[in-house]
Design a protein. Structure first.
Ligand code: HEC
Ligand SMILES: [Cu+2]
Length: 484
């Protein structure tokens, strides 16, 4: 079937559309012309983790702004008793907040920590250039890349990793915000905060205890187990709540990393006095709920007139009370009975808590190296290692990811040759291989595991998902090490 029957017509259409776009761009540039703003001097950017933002730019001149960002893959808490391996820009989800002004020349260095397992890059929506920087910033573990760009458009922009499989990198927490302030800076306010929403997909359902792996199937189905602010349940509640005093103006830089869901952003009991729609220059006033698209952002501002706890939610409300998208702003100060009579019922908005109750984990310490393990013990230890080390690529049930990571489940390649498989784990693997009739030409990084751990993880893999039940011993790993 050929949808585009007449290709020449299609191209004429495209040409007309692109001419229109060029036209708009030119008329805009005549009034602003940020490309011609000269820079004076160099400064290091101060980066902050959420919910904080760096100091405002005020009326400083445009500068060469040095940004150093480090990618870290690390285990963190999703909710009490549940952990997840997050991939982060700067060690937090969302990643470090970057604050610039229009006309800055940003020199961006992206470093990928040597303990990380995967290559990454960064696509900043504030960048005018191929891939928003992604093509210039692709960086392997233990390396760094530097590129630079000029900030041409004021606004609040999302940045994210754009390494394949892109959805998976974003789902694991690789997103953040970069603010480009206009000439002279944004108007001064009393309090500024940084919130970003994200949806997470785990093999166990919401509240299932222990380390949870990413679930590709649920991600594709957009069936989120967690929808949260700032990477975890409870990041903005209780002692972590945002704070303000009566009479202050609060500005929230709110982004949505997705990967899938749009956010109906709302603060219960407040009205946004000002909303920079979609993080751009258009200001709306007196807004109850603002829609933040996946890969988009918004700036909201409101004056807090009465004391109390104001609940911040995604007003797609089951997400707030059952999946985690709930935060708090605690406002201190004197009551104003003319504004609010104060017939207040404590806790009326969080009777269900932020999440489903979970069983406590046993927290047993790891077993010492034991050379006399039973097959069952080896499989149990191997499963634990698999979840920590291999699942990021080969997935929870060894199903792999089409086009990127080969399956280990019912893998003909794996089952055909134990020594070859052990060597892959010992040394890593690049180049073409065919697994179950499909060709892969990708990179598996060298795994840093002891001989004992390799024996356990391989035993687990061979005894799972329809594989041939080989038991791998330390002596097999030593044999693989000594032969080439
Ligand atoms: C960073 C992603 C990544 C991690 C982590 C990873 N692998 Fe791999 N693995 C790959 C890729 C990619 C290939 C294919 C390499 C190629 O195309 O040459 C591969 C291939 C394999 C193969 C051979 C092909 C097959 O499907 O049978 C085995 C066996 C294997 N990996 C086992 C493991 C085990 C066990 C672990 C954990 C200890 C692990 N891998 C961790 C990415 C990874
Ligand atoms: Cu990435």
């Amino acid at each position: 079937m050929n949808i585009i029957k007449d290709k020449s017509k299609y191209f004429v259409g495209l040409l007309a559309a692109s001419m229109m776009l060029v036209g708009c761009g030119e008329s805009k540039k005549k009034t602003i012309d940020p490309a011609s703003i000269q820079i004076t001097g160099t400064m290091d950017a101060v980066l902050t983790s959420p919910p904080y933002v760096p100091e405002s730019v005020g009326n400083r001149e445009a500068k060469k702004l040095i940004v150093n960002m480090e990618i870290l893959e690390e285990e963190g808490t999703m909710t009490d008793g549940t952990t997840y391996i997050y991939w982060t820009f700067g060690g937090s989800v969302p990643g470090s907040f970057i604050r610039t002004r229009v006309g800055d020349e940003v020199e961006f260095t992206l470093s990928n920590h040597p303990d990380n397992k995967l290559p990454h890059n960064i696509d900043l929506h504030a960048v005018t250039g191929p891939g928003g920087g992604a093509t210039s910033s692709f960086v392997a573990p233990g390396h760094s890349k530097t590129f630079s760009f000029k900030t041409l458009n004021p606004g609040l922009y999302v940045y994210h990793c754009a390494t394949a499989p892109v959805g998976m990198h974003i789902a694991n927490g690789m997103y953040g915000l970069i603010l480009v302030e206009p000439e002279g800076g944004l108007p001064k306010v009393d309090k500024e905060y940084y919130i970003m929403q994200g949806d997470f997909y785990t093999t166990g359902d919401n509240g299932a205890p222990g380390l949870q792996a990413f679930d590709m199937k649920k991600a594709v189905a957009e069936d989120a187990d967690y929808v949260v602010f700032n990477g975890r349940v409870g990041s903005l509640t209780g002692d972590n709540a945002l704070t303000a005093n009566v009479g202050e103006t609060v500005r929230i830089y709110m982004g949505n990393g997705g990967p899938n869901l749009v956010s109906s952003f709302h603060v219960i009991g407040e009205i946004f006095d000002k909303v920079n729609i979609e993080g751009g220059s258009l200001i709306n006033e007196n807004v109850q709920t603002t829609l933040v698209p996946s890969g988009g952002a918004v700036i909201v501002e409101f004056k807090v007139d009465v004391p109390g706890t104001f609940i911040i939610v995604d007003h797609s409300i089951f997400r707030a009370f059952n999946k985690g998208a709930l935060g708090m702003l605690k406002v201190k100060g004197a009551d104003d009975k003319t504004l609010y009579s104060g017939v207040k019922q404590e806790g009326i908005y969080n009777p269900e808590g932020g999440t489903i109750q979970t069983m406590p984990t046993d927290g047993k310490p790891k077993a010492k190296v034991n050379t006399n393990k039973s097959l069952k013990e080896k499989i149990a230890l191997g499963k634990n290692l698999y979840t920590k080390t291999c699942f990021a690529c080969h997935q929870a049930n060894g199903e792999g990811i089409t086009g990127a990571f080969p399956p280990l489940a019912k893998s003909d390649y794996l089952n055909a040759d134990v020594q070859r498989a052990i060597k892959i784990v010992l040394h890593g693997k690049t180049g073409k291989i065919t697994v179950n009739g499909t060709e892969y030409n990708s990179v598996m990084t060298k795994q840093t595991l002891t001989d004992d751990e390799i024996a356990d993880v391989m035993t687990y893999v061979y005894n799972s998902w329809g594989n041939n039940k080989t038991e791998v011993n330390v002596s097999d790993v030593m044999e693989a090490k000594s032969s080439h």
